[in-house]
Design a protein around this ligand. Structure first.
Ligand code: FES
Ligand code: CO
Length: 329
């Protein structure tokens, strides 16, 4: 499956401390843990001895210890100790099933196949991350009973603002969508000149304003929204605030979502910035969970499309071309 060769977020990096953590990814049970050097590891959450969940065990001296018979596994996955046989040296075949893992954007990322190398180049891009003039913080996780592609589509969709986010990101009386541009990119698509009339576009808004966004699909289950500054306010090396949506496809119809905010505001407390994002997403969640089917139909004849939906139509074509199977129908 192509999905298994792609990096996916599985947990907040700050949530993975001394003890192992269970995660679900693409229908697999995964255990996450940190060694003494602080490096993250992701393995199949199943002991190769008798199949117990390693996530119920503990980290001892930089090794992961199974909860059942206490076998200890080194960071490489190799079993280094079988307590029932103190003089036994476990052979190379006594090892846990390991996956590639790395930290980025405040999250732990896992790739189920394609080697152990932590190649950060293959992560979904988030250009704002490297901009020191922007403050970064994570929001979430949110567990949502729908597929990852339904979440991406909702993130790209502006024509729901006046209804789902009435009084916040839109108004029902001003919900017409001006034509916008969509172009295909190697990672998905880029939609530009997306304009909306917004009563309260962010935590600082004091008056309704016309807001322009661009949206980029950066991986099958990741997207970035960038607020295009009004021309009059752009400095020579003007920065652009962005929000990334990173989704963990846990099962075909259950997803865990984080938002990575990159904002110019270094003053407001974290909670204030998160509260705004939280309010907006809580408005989306019940509608998202009501959609049937929960998996995204890739046959364009399965649902109805208009010109206002051309970003989502392009996204469906992209997933189909890639051969994505998980979370689609
Ligand atoms: Fe893990 Fe026996 S099942 S040590
Ligand atoms: Co919404």
């Amino acid at each position: 499956m192509i999905e298994e060769t792609i990096w996916h977020p599985v947990a907040l990096a700050t949530g993975l401390t001394g003890q192992p953590l269970a995660a679900h990814l693409l229908g697999h049970e995964v255990v996450l843990w940190r060694d003494e050097a602080g490096a993250v590891h992701a393995w199949a959450d199943q002991c190769p001895h008798r199949g117990a969940k390693l996530s119920l065990g503990r980290v001892e001296n930089g090794q992961l210890e199974c909860p059942y018979h206490g076998w200890q596994f080194a960071a490489s996955g190799q079993c280094v100790k079988v307590p029932a046989l103190p003089n036994f040296t476990p052979p190379a075949a006594h090892c846990a099933r390991t996956y590639a893992a790395q930290e980025a954007y405040g999250l732990v990322w896992v790739r189920l196949s394609g080697g152990d190398a932590a190649d950060s180049a293959a992560l979904p891009a988030f250009a704002a991350e490297a901009d020191a003039r922007l403050r970064k913080l994570n929001c979430g996780p949110y567990d949502v009973a729908t597929s990852a592609p339904r979440l991406v589509e909702n993130f790209l969709d502006m024509s729901h603002f006046g209804f789902v986010h009435e009084g916040w990101l839109g108004m029902r009386g001003a919900s017409a969508i001006e034509d916008y541009r969509v172009e295909a990119t190697p990672t998905g698509l880029l939609a530009t000149r997306c304009k909306a009339w917004q009563p309260q576009s962010n935590v600082h808004s004091i008056a309704p304003a016309q807001v322009e966004y661009s949206y980029e699909v950066t991986a099958p289950y990741s997207a970035v929204l960038t607020k295009v500054p009004e021309a009059a306010t752009v400095s020579v090396d003007g920065y652009r605030e962005s929000i990334a949506m990173f989704i963990s496809p846990m099962t075909p119809e259950h997803s865990r979502v984080w938002f990575r905010l990159a904002v110019a505001d270094f003053v407001s407390p974290d909670d204030k910035l998160r509260d705004f994002q939280h309010t907006i997403f809580m408005q989306d969640k019940p509608v998202l969970e009501s959609q049937r089917p929960q998996r995204l139909p890739l046959d364009l004849r399965a649902e109805l499309h208009t010109a206002a939906d051309k970003a989502s139509s392009a996204y469906r074509r992209h997933l189909k071309n890639l051969g994505i199977n998980f979370g689609v129908c």
